[in-house]
Ligand binder design. Structure first.
Ligand SMILES: Cc1cc2nc3c(=O)[nH]c(=O)nc-3n(C[C@H](O)[C@H](O)[C@H](O)COP(=O)(O)OP(=O)(O)OC[C@H]3O[C@@H](n4cnc5c(N)ncnc54)[C@H](O)[C@@H]3O)c2cc1C
Length: 399
């Protein structure tokens, strides 16, 4: 039997999840990455799997689907999942002002109506759950379904399982252009020659726009910089994912200037991650002291006891940002053969397994688990004219 050949461009968490889902479903899968597995954004962020920061709508539905799939996928991955550090610890969102409390209560009520478990906490319950949290809090909501993984560990586990299911991985292979026959994408140009397949999935994260441009079809995916601080291992100090209620506003905002909000969580090794910032500065990867200091100041507002702890390192990455804050998942109607699975901004770790499920369902003409039409490629936010790149190269047509 001839199996459908799929090339996945990108070995980050999205490419890894798609490769696994498709290989397990019987597709002949090849993953290409210009660097290595989990070499880019996936290893430059945090590993929050959140339903708490999403209001009712398509992204929340994808988050709910993904949250439901994660334990199932990890059970199927089995022994390869050791490095994933799955921790369904739950999240606590804390407001520190009267206005913030009001906003948080309203937001949680809309989420409950959409099926999210969101439980108001009184001050005693909050102290019991997070004894080192600031006394200056005005409201808190507990989200039992928030969880955490080690993102690079999760991506490599998914990829390892894809390889076990028959997928192949080629690193050091940069996609440079398209071979188009009869209006259909039939191969990718690389320095080592063309790579042919029936279907190509663009999962190149913040570089997906550039990959699409090289294939002749512009896509408005932009980098949105974010930084994180990592403390030295501490005695137990932070027990859930704890973040400031203003984080939701920062996530939903499209502002290009610096935004920071406190997202604090401990890791299995004892380090505490202090995140995070959001800036639109192109692919400028310089760490800025003023950004790191703003992140630290916000974290201290939530956990004053962190004052004086040692920061071991800081790092940053580029979230794949789409102006309407929705991922892009599906076939590209402008170039048959090309699919996209990208644009997950600050939620790609959490949303990866749901995205992969949708790609598989659409590729096999199945009813999708949730309505995938809001993620379609031909929506104005994605095909917008301001792609931040030069005019696209015309795809090379071969007869
Ligand atoms: C500071 C920060 C904190 C974050 N925190 C969270 C969080 O808590 N929870 C969460 O869910 N998400 C979080 N994110 C977002 C998450 O990290 C991303 O959404 C996710 O990693 C995107 O994965 P990806 O596979 O699409 O992209 P990437 O991981 O960037 O993978 C893309 C791959 O494509 C390859 N590639 C690019 N161009 C080419 C080419 N021409 N040819 C071949 N290969 C190519 C690259 O080498 C790379 O390996 C955070 C991000 C940042 C920056």
């Amino acid at each position: 039997m001839n199996r459908t050949r799929v090339v996945v461009i990108g070995a980050g968490i999205i490419g890894a999840a798609c490769a696994r889902e498709l290989a397990v479903a019987g597709f002949d899968v090849l993953v290409l990455d210009r660097a290595g597995a989990a070499a880019a954004t996936t290893s430059h962020g945090e590993g929050n799997i959140l339903v708490s920061d999403k209001g009712p709508g398509p992204e929340l539905e994808l988050a709910q689907l993904s949250r439901q799939l994660w334990p199932e996928v990890l059970a199927a991955v089995g022994e390869n999942s050791a490095g994933v550090e799955w921790d369904p610890k739950g999240g606590i969102v804390v407001a520190t002002t009267a206005e913030g409390a009001e906003g948080l209560r309203r937001f949680a009520a809309t989420q409950r109506a959409a099926g999210v478990r969101a439980e108001a906490m009184d001050s005693d319950a909050l102290t019991a759950a997070e004894p080192f949290l600031t006394e200056r809090r005005t409201a808190a909501v507990y989200y039992p379904d928030d969880a955490q993984v080690q993102p690079a560990g999760a991506a490599t586990a998914l990829l390892a399982d894809a390889l076990r299911a028959g997928a192949r991985l080629r690193t050091g292979r940069e996609v440079r252009g398209a071979v188009v026959r009869g209006g259909r994408l039939t191969a990718l140009r690389t320095a080592d020659g063309p790579v042919a397949a029936d279907v190509f999935v663009n999962a190149a994260g913040p570089w997906s726009g550039e990959v699409a441009r090289r294939l002749g079809v512009p896509l408005d995916i932009r980098p949105r910089r974010g930084e994180v601080l990592v403390t030295t291992p501490l005695p137990p100090t932070v027990f859930h994912k704890v973040y400031d209620a203003d984080y939701v506003g920062a996530v939903g905002s499209g502002a290009g200037d610096l935004q920071t909000s406190a997202v604090v969580e401990s890791t299995r090794a004892g380090s505490v991650l202090l995140g995070s910032s959001r800036r639109r500065v192109g692919f400028d990867d310089r760490l800025r002291p003023e950004v790191l200091s703003a992140i630290a100041a916000k974290a201290l507002r939530l956990f004053p006891s962190l004052a004086g702890v040692h920061v071991m390192r800081a790092y940053g990455g580029f979230r794949p940002y789409v102006p309407d804050h929705l991922p892009v998942i599906g076939a590209d109607p402008r170039l048959p053969g090309l699919w996209h699975a990208t644009g997950h901004e600050g939620a790609g770790i959490g949303l990866s397994v749901g995205t992969a499920r949708l790609v598989r369902e659409m590729l096999t003409d199945r009813q999708t688990a949730i309505d995938a039409s809001p993620f379609r490629v031909d929506r104005p936010a994605v095909l917008g004219s301001d792609t931040g790149t030069d005019a696209p190269d015309a795809p090379e047509e071969e007869s």
